[in-house]
Design a protein around this ligand. Sequence first.
Ligand SMILES: Cc1ncc(C[n+]2csc(CCOP(=O)(O)OP(=O)(O)O)c2C)c(N)n1
Ligand SMILES: CC(=O)[C@@H](O)[C@H](O)COP(=O)(O)O
Ligand SMILES: [Mg+2]
Length: 642
Amino acid sequence: MSERPVTPLLDQVATPADIKQLSDSQLVTLADELRAETISAVSETGGHLGAGLGVVELTVALHAVFDAPRDKIIWDVSHQSYPHKILTGRRDRIRTLRQKDGLSGFTKRSESPYDPFGAAHSSTSISAALGFAVARDLGGACETGLGDAIAIIGDGAMSAGMAFEAMNNAGHLKKRLIVVLNDNEMSIAPPVGALSSYLSRLYAGEPFQEFKAAAKGAVSLLPPPFQEGAKRARDMLKSMTVGGTLFEELGFSYVGPIDGHDMEQLLPVLRTVQARASGPTLIHVCTRKGKGYGPAETRRDGGHATGKFDVVTGEQKKAPSNAPSYTRVFAEALLDHAAQDPRICAITAAMPDGTGLDLFDQRYPSRCFDVGIAEQHAVTFAAGLAAAGMRPFCALYSTFLQRGYDQVVHDVAIQRLPVRFAIDRAGLVGADGPTHAGAYDIAYLANLPGFTVMAAADEAELKHMVATAAVHDSGPIAFRYPRGEGEGVEMPAQGTPLEIGKGRMIQKGGRVALLSFGTRLGEVMKASEALRARGITPSVADARFAKPLDAELILDLAARHEALITIEEGAIGGFGSHVAQLLAENGAFDEGLRFRSMVLPDIFIDQASPADMYAAARLNAVDIEAKVLDTLGIARMSSQRA
Ligand SMILES: Cc1ncc(C[n+]2csc(CCOP(=O)(O)OP(=O)(O)O)c2C)c(N)n1
Ligand SMILES: CC(=O)[C@@H](O)[C@H](O)COP(=O)(O)O
Ligand SMILES: [Mg+2]
């Protein structure tokens, strides 16, 4: 395959209207070209590859049959939306995907009228589509008009409670709503759970071929209300879905399963549903993640996400690094503790590899739980385990823990249950952008009575924090750490539990104290070096705890310096706010202390490299240096940034 594919039909498609001019056989060719273009683009940008490749035919078929943007095509998670972007006027920018100032890796309302609803967290599509459908029937207004609402949701995303809340409501409201269940038998990792087994049973040994043969007369293959009476249809449906499906019980007409890579099945089924559906309809489409690109198809994760790669060999182009990732440090530290303590168990919500718990699962499968995309359940399940004397580590990305917040408050904190929250991807994560930023956990956890909240300054600290959490039985405890590699510091042979609520002095200086919480400590030290060259040696401390605060350390810093500046990788309302409260309550401002708090700005920062995102957030060394100079009232003649 050449790096820049030859794409004569794709070249004719500026918008979906052009697709409607093509014959069915041309649509098959268009799909091939679209697949090649997707592979080529992602090879240059990196990103989510496998899911998009799995829906190439479905994307073409949807745009051929439905009338976007009037009809609302809503991609769940939307990591599979790159082919959709190529067909909807964004092909000229597709090679900017996930880059600074480029296209988002997800659907985004501000990016295109063909993205009626933004996403990146899973299982929201059916709810959103139902909202559009109900608004349409209530006479709502939208610039592009309101037609059909079509949610495309994966089998992994379908396992989340929110999808079922939406199905439950949709089945009750009985509005015309189309759900395409894209079943590739994959989440990021192989899917888990009873629903996954159920879906497999729905098509185990099922008659794709028979369906294909008969698909041209698809009306006769479809269930009421699409077609009454055709014996052949009834017989076929019987063999496809013995005894009615769960979806039918929820009030949906169920169509399928069909082969989602076969236009001869997709097009007639979508056309028939488009022409005849009157209520909620679920089309069960079977696809393969990574379809049509060998290196993706053969990967364990179906090529879910990739760095830049060589199209011909599939080889990734990422430069190797010597520092261990924070995730790995966490995972290995937890294994050490689990070896000593059979009460330790681990929970992930569909991210075993991303959280490092795949290692735990290999070593201690009976104590490791992948609960699927179900963060709410993960938290309360962990609470139950804790209440019964286990020592659960609930390992979630900061951004996904947001979904389990009521459970954190109601099931964990109020009951003072010792659930250990290992919060990965804390801070800005780079190419996934604002939907995945771990920006809020400090604020939303440190405000909870009885919660202990830590942030690791480096990978050695992380090891100590895992040890701290392992023995902390008096209430909930969280420790946060970022995506990516550590600082390359020397590692202790084993972690040592930290004294709860005690920070550490890193360097003693004068005039200004820099109080860091988390991995900005490296930038703080760089800023300190730059300031030293200007004749200012700041004191530097690592707070380690946002809750409980080290009041003694902080008040002492306040008493001994003209200025105190906090730095954290979190939104307003977090560590700095707690420090401000402490200082105010203790009269530190009355004594004339100049206090500044460096936090993530009150905006959603678009995707870029983490360093660029931190530059946008003004949290890099140069910004810390500038803040010190401003705070001390020193002119910044040679500062690097105005
Ligand atoms: C709430 C939430 N939890 C976890 C994730 C991480 N995540 C992104 S895609 C994905 C797997 C989705 O599987 P599926 O819906 O089957 O789509 P596929 O990739 O197989 O097409 C997961 C777990 C997420 N985006 N949102
Ligand atoms: C779409 C999604 O939510 C995940 O695939 C996410 O992009 C993974 O992020 P990491 O690469 O940080 O594991
Ligand atoms: Mg899937």
